[in-house]
Design a binder for this molecule. Structure first.
Ligand code: IPM
Ligand code: MG
Length: 368
């Protein structure tokens, strides 16, 4: 299989983690005889420094011509003084909009080997397996009008806006995903206060009628925030709008033990976009200490969703599990009890080596 992957390392720890994800993908290509072509481009703060825009035309054109985009992280405290429209993050939002993917998939699992790394009790997290389907192109992130009116008593405003069409298309992604999982969708909104949520709830309920095999329930976002950490096993697929999904998915990271573990993939548009959920982590940048597993797991999602290479994706995930089970930890997932602390680079190498073993085993199995 031939795949053109544009890599946007971005800011902070982005380059360190994407390097490991690319290394793993190269190993997959090598083992399975695929032809993956990688092309790197600047985006975010690094691009602002080079060309005074967070999303240069050449970067966007390359992304639009790719089969998939793998992004590291965007954002840096250096640009804190800029307005949101000028920050590195504006480049990421423009990229998302331009690629057109509206459904951001964020799987969250409790890895057995990592249960002790979670601040939550083992019996609460063990066995938890959730999928966030976060609407990614609407809501407060993109709603107009927005701005600041500066005067004596300055006023700032953002607009939360959703159309039926926007809600329906992301709801369908959630129901389709649920059909392949535990057949349960929990839609999260604030329908007791917001009209956007009222329309959200009505629309999701209507779409649900097309999926009789899937059980639908609704939660207000405040209650959902509590249930996610008190009883994560009550969830299968969580469908929600842009900002609620942003907040709740960071919260849910404690189930996996660390934000560094989480992967994401954005689908439904012209080109799929894969990025770890974590940010640029300026506090540990350049120290070879970041956890690359979120980026590596995002690479696995790329193979699964964009290239339909299910076996290869599963091998990467099995390799991650194996490395964790063998006790290797980056600092963010060290639980103080067991484990060898390894660097970003070493973690990438360990996964690459484990992957080769898994692929060998699968070959041997098929040969029998
Ligand atoms: C995320 C991030 C982004 C978001 C930022 C960097 C704009 O927090 O992907 O969750 O808010 O979507
Ligand atoms: Mg976020």
């Amino acid at each position: 299989m031939q795949l053109r992957i544009v890599v946007l390392p971005g800011d902070g720890v982005g380059p360190e983690v994407t390097e490991q994800a690319v290394r793993v993908l190269r190993e997959v290509a090598n083992i399975q005889g695929h032809n993956f072509h990688f092309e790197e481009h600047p985006a975010g703060g690094v691009a602002i420094k080079q060309s005074r825009t967070p999303l240069p035309r050449a970067t966007l054109d390359a992304c639009l011509a790719a089969d998939a985009v793998l992004l590291g992280a965007i954002g840096s405290p250096e640009f804190d003084h800029l307005s949101p429209a000028e920050k590195p993050e504006a480049g990421l939002l423009l990229l998302r909009k331009s690629l057109g993917g509206f459904a951001n998939l964020r799987p969250i699992v409790s890895y057995p080997a990592l249960a002790a790394a979670s601040p939550l009790r083992r019996e609460i997290v063990e066995g938890a397996d959730l999928l966030f389907v976060r609407e990614l192109l609407g809501g407060l992130y993109f709603g107009e009008p927005r701005g600041i009116m500066r005067n004596g008593n300055s006023t700032a405003f953002n607009t939360m806006r959703y159309s039926v069409g926007e809600i329906e298309r992301v709801a369908r992604v959630a129901f389709e995903a649920a059909m392949k999982r535990q057949c349960k969708v929990t839609s999260v909104d604030k329908a007791n206060v917001l009209e956007t949520s009222q329309l959200w709830r009505e629309t999701v309920t209507r779409v649900a009628a097309d999926y009789p095999a899937v059980a639908l329930d609704h939660l207000y976002v405040d209650a959902a925030a509590m249930h996610i950490i008190t009883n994560p096993k009550r969830f299968d697929v969580i469908l929600t709008e842009n900002l609620f999904g942003d907040i709740l998915s960071d919260e849910a990271a404690v189930i996996s033990g660390s934000l560094g573990m989480l992967a994401s993939g954005t689908v439904g548009g012209a080109v799929d976009l894969y990025e770890p959920v974590h940010g640029s982590a300026p506090d540990i940048t350049g120290r070879n200490a970041a956890n690359p597993l979120g980026a590596i797991a995002s690479a696995a999602m790329l193979l699964r969703h964009t290239a339909q290479l299910e076996d290869e994706a599963a091998d990467i995930e099995a390799a991650i599990q194996a490395v964790l089970s063998a006790g290797y930890r980056t600092r963010d997932i060290a639980d103080g009890i067991l484990g060898h602390i390894v660097s970003t680079n070493e973690m990438g190498q360990l996964v690459t080596e484990a992957l080769a073993e898994f692929a060998d085993m699968r070959h041997a199995y098929h040969a029998v």
